[in-house]
Design a protein around this ligand. Structure first.
Ligand SMILES: NC(=O)NC(NC(N)=O)C(=O)[O-]
Length: 399
């Protein structure tokens, strides 16, 4: 799929859009139950790629739609489905995207959540278009008592899926870890995508301080908290599971317009350019980083010329102040060099360890700086977790 421009954060867009989609199929999200999937299966809700509309596509059940779409109900009740998050965590908001569902969109929704220790023993198999849940599946799902799960979003009116207005952003304040959600639609209809924005919450008590862990990984609670540009791909893609599928599954900025018309390099072969792009990530746990991977997989004609990585220690209050000031006030933290400037190669997995990685002690945040612009598909930061009280007060950077 071709890369599509990512909209830049504006005051109209909620802040939670910066977080990870914990339900995405690429993060391991799964639909485990749906009351009805006549026109289109609920698993489409979790696709990473943006919804499509093909005017001429029909199935034996009706118009082909890229989303979850149930029958026009002629019996009592409403439709709902249960989603197992790929990464359990704290949810900050939802995007119920009704793209292309116009005369057939779900007019109302509500969303419930639970933290379940055991996975249910039933799952839907294969492509379920043209089917409703069987009586035995209804019976099995009853054990979850999902109708009494915590309500994160009360019954809310949705907008139909006409271009710009297709995003229904729903803010959430719920401080508990969630493993499953139930989305209700009233009484029936279609939704193209459901994005569950949040931050992974791992049980760190099982990790020894001797274990080397990718401290910034999505599954370990890493999150992007700021960036300079994300024209073609958001920096949060860099901490996704496995290697990137394609260029769309990475961080990619636009070409900078302040590059000299004729380019020159220094004695190390690094381009002499005035500008750079940056992305700031909060680690899932404070730690001491000793091994780094910068993967430019798929970025062949658009990899950055060079990168450097900086690190620092911030308290939650300090981070909040900096986010409010968009990381560019005179309160910018004192970043310490973790990885000095390095020339990068096209479509290549760069590994740094030993003396290439500067010992910075315990850190909570990193800043990846690329010059002048380009794409990085993955960033891995292996280190040993340290207890929270080791990061403060003496090691906290002065702002
Ligand atoms: N043209 C339609 O979309 N009709 C129906 N939906 C599908 N997918 O065929 C409907 O009215 O619910």
């Amino acid at each position: 799929m071709a890369n599509r421009p990512v909209q830049k954060e504006t005051s109209r867009r909620p802040h939670f859009l910066q977080f990870n989609n914990l339900a995405c199929e690429t993060a391991g999200g799964k639909v485990i139950f749906a009351t009805d999937e006549w026109f289109a299966p609920a698993r489409n809700l979790l696709k990473r790629d943006p919804p499509e509309f093909i005017a001429t596509a029909f199935t034996e059940y009706g118009k082909w739609m890229d989303g979850w779409e149930t029958r026009r109900k002629r019996i009592p009740g409403h439709d709902w489905c249960i989603i197992q998050l790929g990464v359990p965590g704290i949810i900050h908001g939802f995007d119920v995207d009704t793209s292309f569902f116009t005369g057939n969109y779900a007019p109302y929704t509500s969303i419930q959540a639970a933290c379940l220790d055991q996975m249910p023993s039933f799952t839907l198999e294969g492509d379920r278009t043209g089917m409703a849940a069987s009586p035995s599946q209804f019976k099995a799902v009853e054990q979850l008592n999902s109708d009494s799960w915590e309500e994160l979003v009360p019954i809310t009116k949705l907008k139909p899926g006409y271009s710009e207005s297709c995003h229904n952003y729903l803010n959430v304040t719920y401080p508990h870890r969630v493993t499953h959600i139930r989305i209700n639609i009233y009484p029936d209809g279609g939704i193209a995508r459901l994005k569950v924005y949040g931050i992974g919450k791992k049980d760190w008590s099982t990790v020894s301080s001797q274990d080397l862990v990718d401290l910034v990984a999505l599954v370990n609670g890493g999150v992007c908290v700021g960036y300079s540009d994300a024209h073609f791909g958001h920096p949060c893609n860099m901490i996704g599971i496995g290697r990137a599928d394609n260029m769309g599954d990475g961080w990619e900025s636009a070409r900078r317009l302040d590059r000299p018309k004729v380019l020159k390099v220094d004695e190390k072969g690094i381009l002499q350019v005035p500008g750079f792009e940056w992305a700031i990530l909060r680690l899932g746990h404070p730690g001491i980083i000793s091994k780094i991977e910068v993967d430019t997989n798929h970025f062949k004609g658009n990899f950055p010329d060079s990168c450097q990585i900086e690190a620092c220690c911030l308290t939650p209050d300090e981070e909040n102040n900096l986010i409010r000031n968009q990381w560019c006030s005179d309160k910018t933290p004192k970043w310490r060099i973790l990885l000095p400037p390095h020339k990068l190669k096209a479509h290549h997995r760069h590994m740094f360890s030993g003396e290439s990685v500067v010992q910075c002690g315990p850190v909570t945040h990193v800043r990846l700086v690329i010059a002048p612009d380009g794409g990085v598909s993955r960033l891995r930061l292996w280190g040993r977790p340290v207890s929270n009280n080791m990061t403060r007060p003496q090691q906290i950077s002065k702002l």
